[in-house]
Design a protein around this ligand. Structure first.
Ligand SMILES: Cc1ncc(COP(=O)(O)O)c(C=O)c1O
Length: 402
């Protein structure tokens, strides 16, 4: 007889973004010219100044276990960064370095959640949040957001959600956001902070896309709204997206010392410290940044403009202009309602698009937003041009008389 699996793990499905990119890779390996817009990682190499620091760390034999929370030089470099960029004053004991921001979020949720606790998040949400909450034995609760509101949670909606869910322990806030690219303004954050303080709600503020903001948009951390808010915020950040270091695996959490110490215990008995070479390379990444980081941001900005303008030209596609991250999430609802191939859901849509035009997108259903699809523009301009042209041809085929 098969062993019964735990309830919380039976609820967890594999990441749809990973399964789609696996299918796209299979097709590529079979010689098919697939254009994949499904993966959420920069397509640039890690900058040389960071790679050189890693070489030096290997040569210096920095290859042993480190302090579980991260080497002191790195935690200090993170404190310096938080002060420099976010106007937030932390000490190294308020920082926990983990193998990726993903691990930082899981450690933080495990540290604070009990069975029956509820954790709020805006929908659309990043695919992993609901499962991370479930792994921490808590219940995810979704606050629907709308394209016309810029896909942001309004303070009044947050208050209603808290009143309707009396076991609310925390809110996960993601700005700049995946999948929408929405970025909260200082005023919007201040209004949310007021509600969180009123109801004593902890905020897990995922700021992993902080450096990727466009035009004159500025990233603000909700922790910087007031000292009272800082006391109830865990800031999550890392090097994956800004420094093109996804495979190095380093993220961090900054927050009240008691929560950070408890999250540290979770880490100590599970993954333990982050790879020592990565940690040394990240001290350099944060302390000695060169212009390669800004150049990547500028390139993402050019791609965003191109993709957005192309999508706007297609009839019956609605499109929110992202202000950050490297995703764009057009609405395809009209084509789900009006097509000649019995395509009814975003899953059907993406499966057919991959099958017939070899273009991989992520269905909005994965983010709790049916009727949309997500493009990642962490892809070359050449691929973006070809991919959007195939996407437009597919829509034309779905409704030639539109
Ligand atoms: C919103 C969001 N948070 C966190 C992460 C995880 O980042 P890391 O590579 O540091 O684990 C991702 C990665 O896709 C993300 O999109």
């Amino acid at each position: 007889m098969a062993t019964k699996l735990s309830n919380r793990c039976r609820l967890i499905k594999p990441s749809p973004t990973l399964s789609l990119s696996a299918k796209a890779k299979e097709m590529k390996d079979a010689g098919i010219d697939v254009i994949s817009f499904s993966v959420g990682e920069p397509d640039f190499p890690t900058p040389d100044y960071i790679k050189n620091a890693a070489h030096k760390a290997i040569d210096a034999n920095y290859t042993r276990y480190t302090n579980n929370a991260g080497i002191l030089e790195l935690r200090q470099a993170i404190c310096d960064k938080l002060l420099r960029d976010n106007d937030l004053k932390y000490s190294p004991k308020e920082i926990l370095v983990s193998p990726g921001a993903k691990a930082s979020i899981v450690n933080a949720l495990t540290a604070v959640c009990d069975v029956k606790d509820q954790v709020l998040m805006g929908a659309p949400y990043w695919v992993s949040y609901p499962y991370q909450v479930a792994l921490a034995n808590a219940e995810p609760i979704y606050i629907p957001t709308k394209e016309e509101d810029g896909y942001k949670i309004r303070a009044a909606e947050l208050e209603i959600a808290i009143q309707e869910n009396p076991c609310t322990k925390a809110l996960i806030l993601n700005s700049p956001g995946n999948p929408t690219g929405a970025v909260y303004t200082k005023e919007e954050l201040a209004a949310l902070a007021e509600i969180c303080i009123k109801y004593d709600i902890l905020v897990i503020s995922d700021e992993i896309y902080e450096r990727l903001v466009y035009d004159d948009v500025k990233h603000i951390s909700i922790a910087s709204i007031s000292e009272e808010m800082k006391q109830r915020t865990i800031v999550i950040n890392g090097v994956s997206k800004a420094y093109a270091m996804t495979g190095w695996r380093l993220g961090y959490a900054a927050g009240p010392a008691n929560i950070i110490a408890t999250a540290g215990k979770v880490q100590e008995h599970s993954t333990s410290c982050v790879n020592s070479i990565t940690q040394y390379a990240c001290v350099t990444a944060l302390n000695e940044e060169d212009d390669s980081i800004e150049k990547m941001r500028q390139e993402f900005s050019v791609r965003r403009d191109f993709l957005y303008n192309e999508l706007k030209k297609i009839p019956h596609i609605s499109c929110f202009k992202p202000q950050g991250a490297f995703y764009i999430m057009p609405g395809i609802k009209w084509y789900l309602d009006n097509n000649n191939q019995n395509i009814q859901t975003s899953d059907d849509f993406c499966a057919k698009l991959l099958d017939k035009y070899s273009v991989a997108l992520v269905p909005g259903s994965s983010f709790g937003m049916e009727g949309t699809v997500r493009f990642s523009y962490a892809n070359s301009m050449e691929n973006i041009k070809e991919g959007i042209s195939r996407f437009a041809s597919f829509l034309q085929e779905l409704n030639p008389g539109r």
